[in-house]
Design a protein around this ligand. Structure first.
Ligand SMILES: [Zn+2]
Length: 261
């Protein structure tokens, strides 16, 4: 639990994500795609999981969707993310090893409560690690997180490393912050300062996330665009279909079936 000394700065970030129900073509989706690959693993160095041409899968539009690639990630890391300043980058998104994603299936303790995604989405929304850039009591650009000398692992007892960075952090490290490296079960807060920084990142870099509802319970059904009998399939831009099928166009769309006149 969050120590009392920080309970007044533990934030409800009011940031929620939902699985997409509408894909980039306007079709229904579960928000999850599965890609078979011949790659035995993927790495942060190559980002191959982010491209169909290299055994991965291309992202959906990054200004509309948060893309999370779950894969066999080599290099001994749990996950990684791109900061929002690179959101026009085709690599924008979050990558997480399959052993550290979610709470079910192949997930492994002590990273089995979904906190790797919480941490990486924090990076995706411009948060730094609580020990700051470069370590050694560096700054994380957030005022209400205590200065901390370095990262923590496992789950320390509170207080931990009190005054290691001087008298300004007598309560010690905020090791239960989502932006530390402790076990999933040990993590339990973002601060109000971190909330402010994430909210600013959404407004500045990722405003499209606020401008649509791609996970509505009643997603729109895309319609065929027909002019003088020439019909364009909104799924691929060039389909045509028989006139007697026009009334069931939405069914055709979902099966992605097209026929020629
Ligand atoms: Zn990190």
């Amino acid at each position: 639990m969050t120590p009392n000394v920080w309970s007044n700065i533990a934030a409800d970030t009011e940031i929620e994500f939902c699985l997409a129900t509408v894909d980039p073509n306007g079709a229904f989706t579960s928000g999850i795609t599965r890609t078979q690959t011949s790659q035995t693993s993927f790495s942060i160095q190559t980002d191959n999981m982010k491209s169909s041409s290299s055994g991965g899968i291309d992202p959906w539009d990054q200004d509309d969707y948060l893309n999370i690639w779950v894969c066999d990630l080599s290099g001994g890391i749990l996950g990684y993310a791109t900061p929002p300043s690179t959101f026009n980058n085709p690599d924008d998104g979050v990558v997480i090893g399959y052993r550290y994603f979610g709470t079910l299936g192949t997930v492994q303790a002590p990273y089995n409560k979904g906190r790797t995604a919480t941490h990486e989405v924090g990076h995706w929304l411009n948060l730094d690690h609580v020990w700051g850039n470069g370590g050694n009591c560096g700054s994380d650009n957030v005022n209400d997180t205590p200065t901390q000398e370095e990262e923590n692992y496992s789950c320390p007892a509170f207080p931990h490393n009190a005054n290691s960075c001087g008298t300004s952090n007598s309560a010690g490290d905020m090791f239960m912050n989502y932006m530390d490296y402790t076990n999933d079960a040990c993590m339990n807060l973002f601060t109000i300062g971190q909330k402010t920084r994430m909210t600013a990142a959404i407004n500045q870099y990722r405003p499209n996330l606020l401008n649509h509802n791609l996970c509505s319970n009643t997603p729109p059904v895309p319609s065929w665009n027909c002019l003088n009998g020439n019909c364009i399939d909104p799924l691929n831009g060039n389909g045509t279909y028989l006139r007697h099928q026009q009334l069931s166009g939405s069914l055709l769309l979902r099966s992605r079936h097209t026929t020629s006149l």
